[in-house]
Design a protein around this ligand. Structure first.
Ligand code: AMP
Length: 216
């Protein structure tokens, strides 16, 4: 099964993709994560993407589609969860081509519907363990022991550079202008399923499970 998680920044795509990867033997393909890795490693792609990401704008369609193509090949035939990709009509069409070439197809596009003002609060409060990547939040999910990661005991945490209010507003605007308009492309094909992204992480997960299990 191959699915897209679609929704604005902070809608919970990464959280839900990580859960699906852990529970269903699918693989999370996050272009944001791939780009952050490229930036950290100082690759040519990373050097090109760094400033664009810091402004909250979109990296070129060619770069992200090439990254996805590489990961589809290296992840074997495992079902894919596309997280943060596609973000434009050109990427949506590129993805169809990438999948068709490999004899695969999309099963669902899961839209995480959310309230934008709440998202800014969600995003600007988030941080993660520097060692294992477990996600936390200033308001919603502090570590059980302050300053110590629940999962691995590390005491180092990081915040994404683009999780500040100004960049978040740009990322939202990019979503509205370029990503939301691709929904009809998938609606025409009957692939879109909407879930309430403002519900708790567990409730959203349950809604997604029901879709993937064919209950709705
Ligand atoms: P994310 O982690 O998905 O919020 O992505 C962080 C940033 O990486 C975005 O604000 C963009 O600058 C860039 N990015 C990630 N995925 C894409 C994509 N599919 N197309 C263009 N830019 C992307």
């Amino acid at each position: 099964m191959n699915i897209i998680l679609l929704g604005p920044p902070g809608a919970g795509k990464g959280t839900q993709a990580a859960r699906l990867q852990a529970n269903r033997g699918m693989v999370q393909l996050s272009t944001g994560d791939m780009l952050r890795e490229a930036v950290a490693a100082g690759t040519p792609t990373g050097l090109q993407a760094k400033a664009i990401m810091e402004r909250g704008e979109l990296v070129s369609d060619e770069i992200v589609s090439a990254l996805i193509g590489e990961r589809l090949d290296s992840s074997g035939g495992q079902g894919a969860i596309f997280d943060g990709y596609p973000r434009t009509q050109a990427q949506a069409e590129a993805l169809d081509g990438l999948l068709a070439k490999r004899g695969r197809r999309l099963d669902y596009v899961i839209e995480l519907a959310v309230d934008e003002d709440a998202l800014v609060k969600r995003i600007t409060g988030r941080f993660s363990c520097a060692k294992c990547g477990t996600g936390y939040h200033d308001t919603f999910k502090q570590p059980r022991v302050p300053g110590v990661c629940d999962a691995c005991g590390s005491t180092e945490f990081v915040r994404r550079k683009d999780d500040n209010e100004q960049t978040v507003r740009t990322r939202m605007a990019e979503y509205r202008a370029k990503t939301e308009p691709i929904l009809p492309y998938y609606e025409q094909r009957g692939l879109v399923r909407k879930v309430d992204g403002m519900a708790s992480v567990d409730e959203v997960a349950a809604q997604i499970d029901a879709i993937l299990d064919g209950a709705r």
